[in-house]
Design a protein around this ligand. Structure first.
Ligand SMILES: Nc1ncnc2c1ncn2[C@@H]1O[C@H](COP(=O)(O)OP(=O)(O)OP(=O)(O)O)[C@@H](O)[C@H]1O
Ligand SMILES: [Mg+2]
Length: 443
């Protein structure tokens, strides 16, 4: 006979790799797999189980940015895992820790503010979306594991697959991090224990099936994949996406804009260091708003900063609106596509050529809710410039000898790419003082 469950009681039946997560005692492991398989849930179940089992242990739930935990891990933890500790008197967004009656404590922290992590020692640390971290972040966390209350000390994480070149994939391939593979069939919300898909599973999987490119390979099929024929194939997140730092006041700054309404309107805030390297330090990437509304937000975020130029796409009306709202003159972008791409590639660097183009992690002001699928919570396409790079590919055109011709990129999801090209062309032109009137006539 099955006892009736009390209302609000917790129900958790792990399956497949989720069981492995709960049993795993190695120093370091990762559970990776497509979207919505139950990775974060089991990781949090493990953290809770450890807290209950080992009185006085110290654990941590970590993500690159503390703010991103509030609506993800902490909601799942509190509403589904239901830890037996009093969390009623704190706002979730400022929650620092969960303290159990047995004196176990779970710290909640972001790598963006590592003070709490630096000042303590832990028995186990769970990193949500570990692909967001740098290898340095990961190694830093491994030095914090020496509390010695749990018989094994463990650093573990979950993630969706990224590009095959990612340090985490390489680390797993090298056997330094044990890899556990999570699959949709393991989540009872999606599939019954007999493998039959649930009604919710049907609609969730149908939405994943609608994804395209590497996003589909990664989030639907769980593959560490990159798009074929990438335009910026030397772009490497580990090199070009850097942690934010305060920009010295004597660095040059400018903004560049690509207009859009159905497609994103993209504004980049750029800084140039004394050696001429370019840094995208802030970004607006939003659809379905008027230029006037964008201008209000741009002005808000630009307070207290001085820019030497505002580079924009050529639309006369949009430029006029911007000029009126921001009280500055705009400068038409150099829109030549092939030279722009070449200029970006040059700045990305390569063997023997150091990179001179960087994007600060977390530069995006806010995520555009219109670009997120309400049911799956997943983005259907890029939601910022860096994400476009991953899917920006050459049109497939074969030459006489069957060679792929790199003539022009596919014109899709390229609004951030345009903003980026305008910025690089401007920065290069001011560096070499070589911009010419004839250079502004498009492709
Ligand atoms: N064994 C289980 N029993 C009950 N509910 C589960 C189970 N596994 C997962 N879920 C539920 O399924 C939903 C998705 O799970 P979760 O967020 O852990 O997936 P994920 O793999 O981390 O997703 P993402 O790839 O988007 O990060 C959550 O509501 C979670 O509570
Ligand atoms: Mg998750």
């Amino acid at each position: 006979m099955t006892a009736a469950l009390l209302p609000g009681a917790r129900v958790y039946f792990p399956r497949g790799s989720a069981l492995d997560v709960l049993r795993c005692q190695v120093d370091e492991f990762m559970i990776d797999g497509p979207a919505g398989t139950g990775k974060s849930r089991v990781a949090l179940e493990k953290i809770n189980a450890l807290a209950e089992k080992y009185p006085g242990c110290r654990l941590a739930i970590v993500r690159k940015f503390r703010a991103a935990l509030t609506e993800t891990a902490l909601v799942t933890f509190e509403q589904h895992v239901k830890p037996r500790c009093n969390v009623r008197n704190q706002q979730r967004n400022v929650r620092q820790s969960y303290v159990y009656a047995n004196k176990s404590e779970i710290i909640v922290a972001g790598i963006d503010n590592p003070v709490k992590l630096m000042s303590a020692e832990f028995d186990a640390i769970y990193v949500q979306e570990a692909t967001e971290l740098t290898l340095n972040d990961w190694e830093f966390l491994s030095t914090r594991l020496r509390n010695g209350v749990i018989p094994y000390q463990q650093l573990f994480g979950d993630c969706n697959p990224g590009p095959p070149s990612h340090w985490l994939k390489k680390r797993m391939d090298a056997g330094l991090t044990t890899r556990l593979l999570s699959r949709h069939e393991e989540n009872p919300r999606l599939f019954s224990s007999r493998g039959e898909i649930t009604p919710f599973g049907q609609s969730y999987m149908a939405r994943l099936d609608k994804l395209t490119g590497p996003r589909r390979d990664r989030l639907r099929y769980g593959k560490w994949a990159a798009a074929e024929g990438l335009v910026f194939d030397t772009f490497d997140e580990a090199v070009h996406v850097i942690d934010p730092f305060p920009i010295p006041s004597d660095w040059r700054r400018f903004r560049s804009i690509d207009f859009g309404f159905i497609h994103p309107f993209v504004c980049g805030w750029w800084a140039i260091n004394p050696d001429g390297a370019l840094y995208l330090y802030r970004e607006l990437y939003r659809t379905r708003r008027t230029v006037r509304d964008h201008a209000v937000q741009i002005a808000e975020y630009s307070k207290g900063e001085w820019y030497e130029a505002l580079i924009t796409d050529h639309d006369a009306e949009d430029r006029a609106t911007l000029e009126q709202e921001l009280g500055v003159t705009t400068m038409p972008a150099d829109k030549r596509v092939s030279s722009g791409i070449q200029a970006v590639q040059d700045r990305l660097g390569g063997p023997g050529t150091p990179p001179r183009l960087f994007v600060m992690r977390g530069a995006l002001i806010e995520q555009d809710p219109a670009l997120i699928d309400g049911e799956t919570g997943l983005a259907e396409g890029p939601t910022c410039t860096v994400e476009e790079i991953d899917e920006y590919v050459w049109e497939k055109q074969k030459g006489k000898d069957g060679e792929m011709l790199k003539e022009r990129p596919v014109k899709k999801g390229d609004d951030g790419m345009d903003m980026l090209r305008y910025a690089v062309m401007y920065a290069d032109s001011t560096e070499h003082a070589s911009i010419g009137a004839g250079s502004l006539d498009g492709w």
